[in-house]
Design a protein around this ligand. Sequence first.
Ligand code: ADP
Ligand code: ZN
Ligand code: MG
Length: 477
Amino acid sequence: MTQGFQAVIGLEIHVQLNCATKMFCNCPNRPGDEPNRNTCPICLWLPGNLPRFSQEALEKATLACLALNCQIQEKSAFDQKVYYYPDLPKGYQLSQFHRPLARNGWLDIVGEDGNSQRIRIQKIHMEEDVARLVHEKEGRTPVSLVDFNRAGTPLVEIVTEPDLHSPRDAMEFLRVLRTQLRYSECSQCSMEQGSMRVDANVSVRPLGRDLLNPKVEIKNMNSIRHVGDAIAFEMDRQVECVRGGEPVVMHTRLWEPDARITVPMRGKFEGPCVPDPSVPPVVVEDSWLQEIIQKMPEMPGAKVERFVTRYGLTHEEAQHMSSEREVSGYFEKALDHEAPPRLAAQWIATQLLPLLKEREVSLETTSLDPGRFAGLLFMLGREEINVNAARDVLKRLLESTATAAEIVDQCGYRQVSGAEELEALVDRVLAENPSAVENFRKGASKAMGFLMGQAMQASKGKANPRVLKELMTKKLG
Ligand code: ADP
Ligand code: ZN
Ligand code: MG
């Protein structure tokens, strides 16, 4: 359908900073509380009250900018962005329109074609969030209520260059961005909960051309998947327009998740953007910036490389272990307790995390500390127990405070690896199954699986499969 065309996509991402207070007053920054609980004359935007810019907001915003490889500007400033809408009764939003906090950032993603691509970030600016409108009914009359808890919540807006070219790459970019921001601990970045909101600007052009055609801005997507779906729909729609000889005109559209379409949206009145006289310019001193840089954790890219070279993980395993700070922290603590590194990476990714998810707990809240977990992997690594037993021990570890060794002994899971003991067992199984032995010697390799199964059963699941197979192969010649 879209053959011969390419999408051009630029994203604008609003991220709520997890500060204790709002951006210009001392009200708690908890938008989800009982409506209008967290308000004062400043964030109700009553006349005659001066905003006081929060240093914590600057710190968290700076962390965000550093996580996205941006250049922090020594001096930035707030403007009054004028628009009229009931979620902004004072008529303007404080936003760094002309002089943003940071410019010229970038993030690398692995693109659809498998190659690394650098996506440029034009700028990051700070702004205050607006109030939230709640639409209800009073009897049969629809009413709109205003909740000011969110008014004045510290935000950063991240604006990318139009460097993305497919729904998939846009989604990948957002995942990488979210990981980076979560690492810097400036925000939870949950699209579902509204702490990260994305607007997608989309245009199309003939493949191989360089032009920037009029774009459409899409709003109202509350998951990364929705962003991808909305862009894909919009691409199709625009290509169809162009093919029908109808040029795309610039406007704003809304994603409707149930119908899975975008529809035109009534534009807000937008006024001018003028320098704000009430908030002094924001000055970032170099010595202060160096302190913030010191607070930055090791970021995922560096961590992946270290995990590969230091612990011998595959690139994929290292990426899994670096996806979240709590995962990498747990992983390295397990290694401190002598868990074999690759086994730990594999078991965290494929066993532990899924089990925790089922139980709705996280690595931070689980009662299974890295030490007890490591005890299990230590035994598994030394083949003291087999994989099936280890899976069961893991479940039991989550439900008790016992150590892995205690559980293994209680359940009689200790694996039999002694060649003498197993040799007798193998001899018996071969003697009891002469036809399978004959089939194997005639070339039916399936018979080996059967014989292994018999021997395993005879050992009540405790035989070390590796030793068993070695013996079996030797005896069968
Ligand atoms: P506006 O003036 O409408 O705010 P900007 O130039 O500030 O437009 O860009 C806003 C966002 O739209 C940026 O993320 C930018 O990368 C993106 N963008 C700009 N032009 C295009 C285009 N022709 N197609 C797609 N995205 C675009
Ligand atoms: Zn307030
Ligand atoms: Mg703009």
